[in-house]
Design a protein around this ligand. Structure first.
Ligand code: IPM
Ligand code: MN
Length: 366
């Protein structure tokens, strides 16, 4: 198999974590005998500096011509005062919409060896393993009318039936492959758009009799994630609620530096670490590459259909951590072995190699 990958390293620590991730990506591709072709483009603040826009047509075209996009991070103090439509964040919304990336998958999995770095007690978080399916190209982020004048500001939360159906199908399918529980989160006690959301999701549920569907209001869900995160399997929700809930979910796992994401559409897919560009530590070589490496694991699973490679990457991360290796951001103990971005990626590659040999995978045929 041959795949075209577009790299958008972006700003701040983006280039460092992407280059560490790509090293692993190339290594795993070789092990599993797939061929990858890379293109690299500017995106975010660095693109603004060169072309006066966070997302140029050239970058977008390269994404259209690829099977998967790997994004580092965008933004930084330097571009904070730009007008709204020129900020790196505007580029992010535009790339999501242009590539039709309607489903944003954000897994919240607590690594055993990191359970103590959560702000919650180990007993509460250990064993947490759920995934948020956040609708990404609709809802209040994109609804019209929108605007503000001297006396008011307004946005519109609107969902078309098809927009709800397509992400619901993906979430139900994921629940089938997991523990069979899907929770749809809304605010149906107040918002009509949520009542509609709930009824469409219930209709879609009829196609998946093996999945148990439940519903929860978003305020309760926020509270439940902190109270007992182990109760969740798949959470399906809208753009704004998913933005908020995925940050809460992320924090219980200990470090934002660990969290991957996949944004999927019917044609394109983009993978990116959830963390930001961290301009304060950019260029120091100390950023955590694990979120990017986990995002690459998602790429193997969702873009290449290679579940085995994805599992091995996840196991390799777990093994490197269990051996005591840490980047600075996730170090808790004096005897942790603190390593650089690049070293962490190399260690994960070594662990991958070990696991690969232990399982005598030899040449893995697809
Ligand atoms: C995220 C971010 C973005 C969002 C911002 C930067 C536009 O918070 O990816 O969660 O709100 O979607
Ligand atoms: Mn967010």
């Amino acid at each position: 198999m041959k795949y075209k990958i577009t790299l958008l390293p972006g700003d701040g620590i983006g280039p460092e974590v992407v280059s560490a991730g790509v090293k692993l990506l190339k290594y795993v591709a070789e092990k599993f005998q797939i061929s990858l072709n890379f293109s690299e483009e500017l995106f975010g603040g660095c693109s603004y500096d060169k072309y006066g826009t966070p997302l140029s047509d050239k970058t977008l075209q390269t994404c259209y011509d690829s099977d998967a996009v790997l994004l580092g991070a965008v933004g930084g103090y330097k571009w904070e005062d730009l007008p709204h439509h020129l900020k790196p964040e505007a580029g992010l919304l535009k790339i999501r919409k242009s590539l039709g990336l309607f489903a944003n998958l954000r897994p919240a999995k607590v690594f055993k060896s990191l359970a103590d770095s959560s702000s919650l007690k180990r007993e509460v978080v250990e064993g947490t393993d759920f995934i948020v399916f956040r609708e990404l190209t609709g809802g209040i982020y994109f609804g019209e009318p929108r605007g503000f004048d001297d006396s008011k500001g307004w946005n519109t939360m609107v969902y078309l039936k098809e927009e709800i159906e397509r992400i619901a199908h993906l979430a139900f399918k994921a629940a089938q492959r997991r523990k069979g529980n899907l929770l749809s989160v809304d605010k149906a006690n107040v918002l009509e758009v949520s009542q509609f959301w709930r009824s469409v999701v219930s209709e879609v549920a009829k196609n998946y009799p093996d999945v148990k569907l439940s519903n929860m209001y978003v305020d309760n869900a926020a509270m439940q994630i902190v109270r007992n995160p182990k109760q969740f399997d798949v959470i399906l929700t809208s753009n704004l609620f998913g933005d908020i809930l995925s940050d809460i979910a992320g924090m219980i796992t200990g470090s934002l530096g660990m969290l991957p994401s996949a944004s999927l559409g019917s044609k394109y897919a983009l993978y990116e670490p959830v963390h930001g560009s961290a301009p304060d530590i950019a260029g120091l070589g100390i950023a955590n590459p694990i979120a990017t490496i986990s995002s690459i694991s998602m790429m193997f699973k969702y873009s290449f259909g290679m579940d085995k490679a994805s599992e091995l990457i996840d196991e390799a991360i777990e093994r490197a951590l269990s051996e005591g290796y840490r980047t600075k951001d996730i170090s808790m103990k004096a005897d942790d072995k603190i390593v650089t971005t690049e070293k962490m990626a190399d260690l994960i590659i070594e662990c991958f190699e070990e696991i690969f040999n232990e399982q005598s995978l030899g040449v893995f045929t697809l």
